[in-house]
Design a protein around this ligand. Structure first.
Ligand SMILES: Cc1cc2nc3c(=O)[nH]c(=O)nc-3n(C[C@H](O)[C@H](O)[C@H](O)COP(=O)(O)OP(=O)(O)OC[C@H]3O[C@@H](n4cnc5c(N)ncnc54)[C@H](O)[C@@H]3O)c2cc1C
Length: 493
């Protein structure tokens, strides 16, 4: 066991003597989810029956008049803003409910910390945002644009290709102002209940609270844009973790590295936040020990080439009675803090659909193309669920699809066809041994965007999808510390 050696000597000396492997390619999550992308391609994207399902109402058809509906949009983040614009373009009457005093959602940085650092206390006041102070985007601004309102054409003080979060918020405020979306937003108004009205037609009661005052209104349709990066999903399936008496926190409550000064930290996770924050806390911490359980367990511990105080370990095996943490690579660490960079749960607490839509292990479903629950389509829809992909572009496509479907310019397949499509998608995920939590992952798979844009007869410039592929290539061929520089060599000004 290295436990004693690690505790008694400097970490670098200890590990150097063990003949451990060099630092792994830290972005294993990208490589390993390629296989997953193949399966999503199978079911989620390639359903030729539905390709070309775009059916504009023909002249002479008695229902040729586009329908204008009263639509509630929950949330004024990226998804809510673009959904509102697209609905308005289709002449729907739109109300956007936003619980905060400002728009932008995730991108409206909030420096407050929740009372429960792991987010387990259901009665805590939930802080929506999960950004940390130093955060820069991990996509270049070209890939955080809308098709007719480009972030790359605008700067608001931070001209970097991968700008700080403040720049994204200014871009969203500019977008909302330019398309008169701001006026549609009811700020400081939290939706507390969306419930199916018991009647022959599908409509919803929307209950909201503004400064302590409740209101109930009926809407023809509801578009859920409440975001999915606010409810921490800590790694609590580690034997012994519930009784560990030292400090634990989730990245949702991280803002600055100072609390980690001189500490020995075990950081769980291997996504972009884990990688980014490991570097940031390593500037002040004594040691940072990263551990990841998926997708690829590390057989041996390895040391960062760039940071002498970061190690990558295998999955945590257990937490021992004496408080030490043992990894599957055989090493034990006496850490002061466990830092969970393990992502978020899906969360739609206000939705009451008599079980038609449910949340299971991060999967919201059943949802056709991750947007429409077949039994309530198109009156209920979700925007922004796909992860690890071109979020802004996908949100724009989904919003256009919803708006045009509600105005009956686009038809959906039958309920049974949609359910079959979903079953196939879910079945493929399960058959291939992936957890339900992977339901919303798309990553570099562009077929979803192709499918959506075909529905919409919308031209998506191939240069954006090529650029995204190149970004992924930069992740893989360099390493996390260098991917922005590599990308800028080709696409920087
Ligand atoms: C740390 C971090 C880094 C990221 N980096 C990038 C990046 O570099 N590039 C990228 O493209 N994406 C990135 N993302 C993903 C990011 O989440 C999306 O870009 C985008 O912000 C998602 O927008 P959204 O509208 O779906 O959700 P959100 O931005 O979360 O907005 C949801 C809105 O709904 C409101 N709301 C929620 N519940 C209610 C309610 N009951 N009633 C009324 N209002 C409600 C919230 O207040 C909020 O304003 C990152 C995410 C995180 C957490």
């Amino acid at each position: 066991m290295l436990k004693d050696a690690v505790a008694s000597t400097t970490p670098s000396a200890t590990l150097a003597n063990t003949g451990l492997t060099p630092w792994h390619n830290e972005l294993s999550w990208i490589g390993n989810s390629l296989e997953f992308c193949q399966l999503t391609k199978k079911a989620l994207h390639t359903t030729p029956t539905y390709l070309g399902a775009l059916r504009c109402k023909e002249e002479g058809d008695p229902s040729a008049m586009a329908t204008s509906l009263k639509v509630a949009v929950v949330g004024a983040g990226v998804a809510g803003l673009i959904a509102a614009r697209e609905l308005q373009r289709e002449s729907h009457q739109v109300v956007v409910f936003e619980k905060s005093h400002r728009l932008g959602g995730t991108w409206a940085y909030d420096p407050r910390v929740e009372s429960d650092l792991l987010g387990l206390d259901q009665n805590r006041e939930i802080i929506h945002g999960s950004l940390y102070k130093s955060l820069r985007t991990n996509l270049p601004r070209q890939l955080m644009s809308f098709t007719d309102f480009k972030f790359s054409d605008k700067t608001y003080g931070d001209e970097r290709l991968f700008p700080g979060h403040e720049e994204v918020l200014k871009f969203l405020e500019d977008f909302a102002g330019s398309f008169e979306v701001t006026e549609l937003i009811r700020f400081n108004t939290a939706v507390t209940r969306v419930e199916l009205v018991d009647s022959d037609i599908i409509e919803f009661e929307v209950e909201s609270k503004t400064n302590g005052v409740n209101a109930v209104e009926v809407f023809d349709a509801v578009v859920v844009c409440n975001g999915h990066n606010s409810e921490p999903r800590p790694a609590f399936d580690i034997p012994g973790i519930e009784t560990w008496s030292k400090k634990q926190m989730h990245s949702h409550n991280y803002h600055v590295p100072e609390p980690f000064r001189d500490q020995i930290v075990v950081l769980i996770g291997n996504g972009p936040t884990a990688l980014d924050l490991s570097r940031e806390i390593a500037t002040v911490a004594k040691e940072v020990h990263m551990s990841s359980r998926s997708p690829a367990p590390y057989a041996k511990v390895s040391k960062s080439q760039k940071f002498s105080n970061i190690w990558q370990h295998a999955k945590i095996d257990c937490i021992n009675k004496d408080g030490t943490i043992t990894f599957e690579d055989g090493i034990s660490i006496d850490a002061y803090i466990i830092f969970h960079c393990t992502g978020y749960k899906s969360h739609v607490p206000f939705l009451k659909t008599n079980g038609i839509v449910s949340v299971q292990e991060k999967r919201i479903g059943p949802l056709y193309k991750l947007v429409f629950p077949p039994q309530l389509a198109p009156r209920l829809s979700f925007v922004g669920l796909p992860e690890k992909s071109l979020t802004f572009l996908i949100i724009e496509c989904q919003s256009k699809w919803i708006a045009k479907t509600l105005s009956t310019k686009i038809s959906l397949p039958s309920k049974d066809q949609m359910l079959r499509d979903i079953k196939e998608h879910h079945g493929d995920i399960e058959d291939d041994g992936f957890p339900k939590a992977y339901t919303h992952f798309l990553e570099i798979e562009n077929d979803y965007i192709d499918w959506m844009s075909t529905q919409l007869e919308m031209n998506v410039d191939k240069k954006f999808t090529d650029m995204f592929k190149y970004l992924i290539h930069c992740f893989r061929s360099g390493n996390f510390d260098n991917f922005m520089n590599l990308f800028e060599l080709k696409y920087g000004v």
